[in-house]
Design a binder for this molecule. Sequence first.
Ligand code: ATP
Length: 301
Amino acid sequence: SMFVAGSMGSFPELYANIQKALGASERVLEILDEVPEKVDTTADSKIIKQPITGAISFKHVAFSYPTRPDIKTLKDISFEAHAGDKIAIVGPSGTGKSTLASLILQFYKPDAGLICYDQKPASDYSLSDIRNQVAIVPQDVLLFGGTIRENIAYGKLDAEAEEIIEAAKRANAHSYIMQFPEGYDTLVGERGVKLSGGQRQRIAIARALLKDPAILILDEATSSLDSESERQVQLALEELMKNRTSIIIAHRLSTIYDADKIIVVNEGVVSESGTHNELVQLENGLYKHLYQLQSNAKVDA
Ligand code: ATP
């Protein structure tokens, strides 16, 4: 179908341009999330009209960035998530965890293999059908210049005022928003108030709650928040993860002990997968190693 070729052409370009402008690759993904998917130009009869319910699978996915065709970032990734599962992706830095998230969001197409939503390949859906059912809460949330209300409503452009407040309440953002004299009309970004990392994350969570997608990608922050903010964010995330498939790119293993499945990605392949209890029993396992490192760090601290 034509929509893939047509729509995919512009995104990597945009990606590259934004990256050039910012010189900060970790910011690229969340900016792309700000780019509205306005029109669905396809009239392809093959397109499935059923909404995605949340199952997702990778089948032997391989991928190189167009700008780095010599480097196989993902070599062979296969995994399966049932609708409603909590799936964690862990692995050393730079092994392709965020890249995997970009593929789920259809910013790029795999060079080989298939990504399926509800057992059907991505090519069976329009880009907007997929994007409407996938939300990401990025590591470092970048808000656009505008009001808090507009930043939350970005998840659903026609949202009613009450829906926005309801989402903010569920995201533990309402009470800090109400402490500003202008409340929801407070300007944020360069010309407005400066929000803390945890406050910005809760705006992104409210935005995702409003969007109510079947699939949530959570790129966990590496930089730690103060412990009260951390707790507020964690509670808001738990609310957000309810009743949907969540894919957590995890840096702190303590948040994923209860995951239905942990996928360990190393050098572009899935090196291990299983529950926390299964993986800590693997002799010489990478997960076990990472777990021991983090447990020791905690004891030392
Ligand atoms: P971390 O845990 O540090 O966030 P990660 O496992 O998420 O890392 P990725 O961000 O997916 O790793 O990066 C995988 C590899 O792809 C890295 O070598 C990175 O430099 C490279 N890479 C990431 N984004 C791009 C891009 N837009 N163009 C080219 N190469 C990229």
